[in-house]
Design a binder for this molecule. Structure first.
Ligand code: HSE
Length: 415
């Protein structure tokens, strides 16, 4: 029997214990080894849990027990998860995690430590919850040059936007519902401000391009400014608004990497990825588009990926799995101001319509008006063609000088 430990008995941690216990015999058949859980680390008490004898409040119990070969870190947050993970890897134990914040901010260092100590640091659950993406990207698609990855990477915001699009529900009500269902992070700002998706695209970019792309290099916008009016204009334009994490390799070999809401056409493969589901499109030079779809948040889907990593570690106790990248300094990332893409703009002005249309034609590239039913008489919306961000910001500043209020500005995707 190989012994494992679980650090953190929250939503994911309790799911890991449940999945591992319930599937113990089928996992043993596949792994040719039984996997036991010797410790569950948590500072809280769980008097009603059937696993009383496994709980400990002392990290040292796990660190100093030579029988424990694999540890699932499902605590979340950087500290003390980082210190714990580092010590475990240094002591020769493999670690698996769903902690995208830790992988996105310290991944290069922890992977290096794992390499030096000939153990594994696996993180399938850190992106896409139950959707396999880390292994497919680094193994099955390894023969490809990855041209682009674009994904709906955050279940909470996708749930909220779906409620807004399909049920005309307010942002606040939809967020409360997502929290009740256990999808949201402890601090929902990480979801709705785009940071959770930012961490995930930073992990995917690091894996695909071999250099750590830290979250601070990812231009990140959330969905808090999206209104039901924008949702209605997107529908008139022929699509929906989704929060997309995207990384594209540009012709000069730099990366355009962002998390931001985008208008995507209704016939795009990502347009119908709804509710808490995630969808991740990988564009390879040999494969073309490959799309991964499934539940990106929630107890059991995420636990499934964590347990799969535990199984993989048990199968590779003396060998390394090569999920790896080198450190990075951000020089691979194109500054956001220099990237180019089309946008949708929603404006408020009392300027006569013809004057506004003339001004828009002068300032923006190939601008088209979008109309919606029941719009206020001083509200207008437009779609532009590709413009470099800095140039577009100059055009927007010129509009503002003429008293035009810019209510919304959302990227239009080419997906
Ligand atoms: N809060 C995250 C989400 C959980 O909503 O996608 C899974 O990473």
């Amino acid at each position: 029997m190989v012994q494992a430990a679980v650090m953190g008995y929250g939503v994911v941690g309790s799911g890991v214990v449940e999945v591992l216990m319930q599937h113990q015999s089928s996992i043993a058949r596949r792994t040719k080894e039984e996997i036991g859980i010797k410790y569950i680390l948590d500072i809280r008490d769980f008097p009603d849990s059937p696993f009383q004898e496994k709980f400990t409040k002392s990290f040292e119990d796990i660190l100093n027990d030579d029988e424990v070969r694999v540890v699932a870190e499902v605590m979340g947050g950087v500290h003390p998860a980082y210190e714990f993970t580092k010590q475990l890897l240094e002591s020769g134990k493999s670690v698996v995690t769903s902690n995208k914040e830790l992988v996105a901010t310290m991944g290069a260092e922890l992977l290096k430590i794992a390499r030096e100590h000939n153990v594994n640091y696996l993180f399938e659950a850190s992106v896409g919850g139950g959707v396999p993406i880390i292994r497919p990207l680094s193994q099955c698609l390894a023969a490809n040059d990855v041209i682009e990855i674009a994904g709906i990477l955050n279940g909470t915001t996708n749930f909220i936007l779906t409620k807004m699009i399909r049920e005309n529900m307010s942002f606040e009500d939809a967020l409360a519902m997502a929290q009740q269902l256990g999808y949201a992070e402890r601090n929902p700002a990480a979801d709705i401000e785009g940071h959770d998706a930012g961490r995930k695209i930073s992990i995917l970019a690091s894996l695909a391009y071999g250099r750590h792309v830290y979250p601070q290099f990812v231009h990140t916008e959330g969905i808090t400014h999206i209104t039901l009016a924008d949702v209605a204009y997107a529908a008139s334009w022929g699509g929906v608004i989704k929060l997309i994490g995207q990384v594209k390799r540009l012709e000069d070999d730099t990366l355009d990497i962002t998390v931001e809401p985008m208008l995507i056409e209704r016939n795009s493969q990502l347009a119908n990825v709804d509710d808490v589901f995630n969808g991740i499109l990988v564009r390879g030079d040999a494969t073309g588009d490959v799309v991964f779809y499934g539940k990106g948040a929630g107890k059991l889907p995420t636990a499934s990926a964590v347990v799969a990593d535990i199984i993989d570690c048990v199968k590779h106790l003396k060998r390394r799995k090569y999920f790896d990248w080198a450190d990075g300094d951000g020089s691979i990332v194109k500054p956001y101001e220099e990237t180019a893409f089309p946008v949708y703009l929603r404006l408020k002005t009392t300027m006569p319509k013809q004057e506004l249309l003339n001004k828009m034609q002068q300032l923006f590239v190939n601008v088209r008006e979008i109309v919606r039913a029941n719009a206020a008489s001083d509200e207008y919306a437009f779609a532009t063609d590709d413009m470099v961000v800095a140039e577009r910001e100059r055009a927007i500043a010129a509009l503002k000088e003429d008293g035009v209020e810019v209510l919304s500005k959302i990227r239009i995707s080419d997906l």
